[in-house]
Write a protein that binds this ligand. Structure first.
Ligand code: FES
Ligand SMILES: [Fe+2]
Length: 453
């Protein structure tokens, strides 16, 4: 029953030219609670990048859906992910998002835990009058069921029933490699980040990074400022992207909800990477170096986005409620890039992506307007996933074949398509996981196998 109702929230009938999503998925708190349980707590979720915990005993506190997680590098350099909750009476083990600690001392009753998750000590243990049953228990931090890293990008899953990470990422790895290979030394997150909360559903941000349709209507102020800089009317001469010059765009969807869009960049010289182009061509080849200078957004379902147009942004989203989402935003840079490229990267980021930049507040205002509009309960279905239905092709197009990737769908053409089929993979995965979760729970209930670890 529940599985059927959830399946009915996404109507996916490409042969009839229909793809639509029911607005309840953005506004119903009961559906939100199920999303946390069936999506965020049962599939691979992005945690961070290994560079954030580069040294022994470095740690990163983050979240998988509703649950606090502590990622730690131990003294031997091994990284592990644990539920961030003291085994005694539950306190989280750090108030800080990042830091370095050989042991974590719980602030409440001072149980201590090694950076490998093992319980180091129980305060006043021997005088505690503990029973043998207590002594037989394991007091270590509880590891996240699955933890894996793809070239330094760390993911965890609270559900054990997930495919290997590389299989989960599939050919999105081609697009991740376009970021990870920008320097022979790897990538780093630059110091500083911004965290903000918008009053809208998490899927709005997931969609928007793939949404070419909104650029000219939401960001005209940015486009106008770019023009003023180009004409000399503005004294600010920052080189940055120019939406008005875009001509060709394409996108690919992949299994497991992932997708990538790209736009041919007619101004490759504005990219901070441009100064390294000769080295890149030699190291990764002409085609991949060219793609690195184009603009690309990659979305890995359900919680991470890599946005590369002005500068290169990592966005990690965390749903807080059906109508509230926390965003964490970071600058990604290739390690060892020249100082002038680094400066351009930072200035472009502040200009466009920063939470106070020329783009982000306009985007989040639109999400909040949508969330308000979705309170119109008498309107059931979105009409926002229909553009591009007649031009998308199933499987690989010529470009995908040239790149050696096998997407689920391919789109390519004039920038005016402003495709919306690129969202379909996320909603297909949404439906798959929600239906699977409901069915699995029904079986567990019927067979009496419910309950946590
Ligand atoms: S809650 Fe951690 S020591 Fe008591
Ligand atoms: Fe935008």
């Amino acid at each position: 029953m529940l599985a059927e109702a959830l399946a009915g929230c996404v109507v996916d009938d490409p042969d009839q030219g229909i793809f639509t999503v029911h607005r309840d998925v953005y506004r119903d708190p009961a559906i939100f609670a199920l999303e946390m349980r069936y999506i965020f707590e049962r599939t691979w979720v992005f945690l961070g990048i290994e560079d954030q915990i580069a040294r022994p005993h470095d740690y990163l506190a983050t979240w998988i859906g509703r649950q606090p997680v502590l990622v730690m590098r131990d003294g031997d350099g091994k990284v592990g992910a644990f539920l961030n909750t003291c085994r005694h009476r539950g306190a989280v083990l750090t108030q800080r998002e990042r830091g370095n600690a050989r042991v974590h001392v719980c602030a409440y009753h001072a149980w201590t835990f090694h950076s490998n998750g093992r319980c180091a000590s129980i305060k006043d243990h021997k005088d505690g009058g503990y029973s043998e049953a207590f002594e037989r228990e394991d007091h270590d931090l509880v590891p996240v069921a699955r933890f894996a890293s793809y070239r330094g990008l760390m993911f965890g899953s609270l559900g054990a029933d997930v495919p290997p990470l590389e299989e989960h990422l599939g050919d999105t790895r081609f697009f991740l490699d376009l970021i990870l290979d920008q320097s022979p030394h790897g990538i780093e997150l630059l110091p500083g980040s911004s965290t903000y909360v918008y009053k809208g559903n998490w899927k709005m941000q997931l969609d928007n990074a793939l949404d070419g349709y909104h650029l000219t209507s939401v960001h005209p102020s940015f486009m106008k400022i770019v023009k003023q800089r180009q004409s000399g009317e503005s004294q600010n001469q920052l080189a940055t992207i120019d939406f008005a010059a875009y001509r060709q765009r394409g996108g690919f969807t992949f299994g497991n909800g992932h997708a990538a869009v790209w736009t041919r960049n007619p101004l490759p010289q504005i990219r901070p990477l441009y100064g390294l182009v000769d080295e890149l061509r030699q190291r990764v080849g002409e085609t991949r170096a060219g793609l690195m200078l184009d603009t690309r957004n990659v979305v890995l379902f359900p919680n991470v986005q890599f946005a590369e147009n002005a500068s290169l942004q990592l966005r990690v989203l965390r749903p807080l409620a059906v109508d509230r989402t926390e965003m964490r935003s970071y600058v990604i840079a290739p390690k060892g890039e020249p100082p002038e490229a680094r400066e351009l990267r930072l200035r472009q980021f502040e200009d466009f992506f920063n939470s106070s930049g020329l783009a982000t507040p306009d985007d989040t205002t639109c999400y909040e307007d949508c969330q308000t509009g979705y309170r119109a309960q008498d309107v059931g279905w979105t009409q926002g996933y229909a553009r591009g239905m007649t031009s998308v092709r199933r499987g690989a197009n010529a470009l995908a074949k040239q790149l050696g990737i096998e997407p689920a769908t391919s789109q390519y053409g004039d920038v005016a398509i402003q495709d919306e089929t690129v969202f379909h993979s996320g909603y297909r995965e949404w439906r798959r996981l929600m239906v699977k979760g409901a069915n699995d729970d029904a079986v567990a209930k019927a067979t009496g196998r419910e309950g946590g670890r």
